[in-house]
Design a protein around this ligand. Sequence first.
Ligand SMILES: C[S@@+](CC[C@H](N)C(=O)[O-])C[C@H]1O[C@@H](n2cnc3c(N)ncnc32)[C@H](O)[C@@H]1O
Length: 253
Amino acid sequence: MKNTINSTDQNELLLLSSSSANDFNNDFDGYKWVNFNGQKNLATLNLIKGNVVYNEKLILIDKEEYRLWDPFRSKLAAALIKGLRNLPIKNKTKVLYLGASTGTTVSHISDIIGNSGVIFAIESSIRVARELIENVASKRENIIPIIEDARKPLSYFSTYGEVDVVYCDIAQPDQTEIAINNCKIFLKDGGKILLVVKTRSIDVTQDPKTIILQEANKLENSGFNIEQIIYLDPYDKDHGLIHATYIAYQINS
Ligand SMILES: C[S@@+](CC[C@H](N)C(=O)[O-])C[C@H]1O[C@@H](n2cnc3c(N)ncnc32)[C@H](O)[C@@H]1O
């Protein structure tokens, strides 16, 4: 079908014909595949109409406003474009997000989960967290920003209950151990982890794919079943994303 849109200035609201959005098999679950400038792109239904977070483009599809989701700015978008199946984040999902940064990916997850979901957004840098709060969390009711070190999960342990998904992107050498410790406290039995592995933070001398498999082994040895491993190049060089399911009895029995 004919694509009817052109790239214009940043932030201009672009009109996308429904046929362009429907060129792809869209089982709508908070995000859509769209044909933008002749390329297959992702977009999320904007929870806060007219609001942009990182100068992403806004597009209108069938009178609904979507934000284009840039795979060069968000590793979750890169993983979906590289073939991540069965995204465990949907409407109403409760997410613990480690390494929220200024909220680029957090904002798209916020779109997907809607106001019946919640994201506990952990960020240890006060300067970065201030930007997260001012630009993103203060405008979106479903984001709870928490300025804490993910190495100390008990410091933000409170009455929130269990989460459905732990998303971890903290670029630390011990990122997998940090993620596992958080899962043991906060992730429900059968819940999912999405672990971003920045291999250069772990070992610059080893082959990146070997390191990603080694981190997946650590998850397996801690009660997780590996669902899928995605290499994020060319969007993020030497990065991988591991999707796994937490089976609590595998470590507790
Ligand atoms: C690669 S950035 C995350 C990018 C973000 N996930 C996104 O897609 O928009 C890593 C972030 O983790 C934060 N971080 C690093 N170590 C941390 C820790 N121990 N606890 C919490 N946040 C941490 C850093 O301050 C930084 O903002």
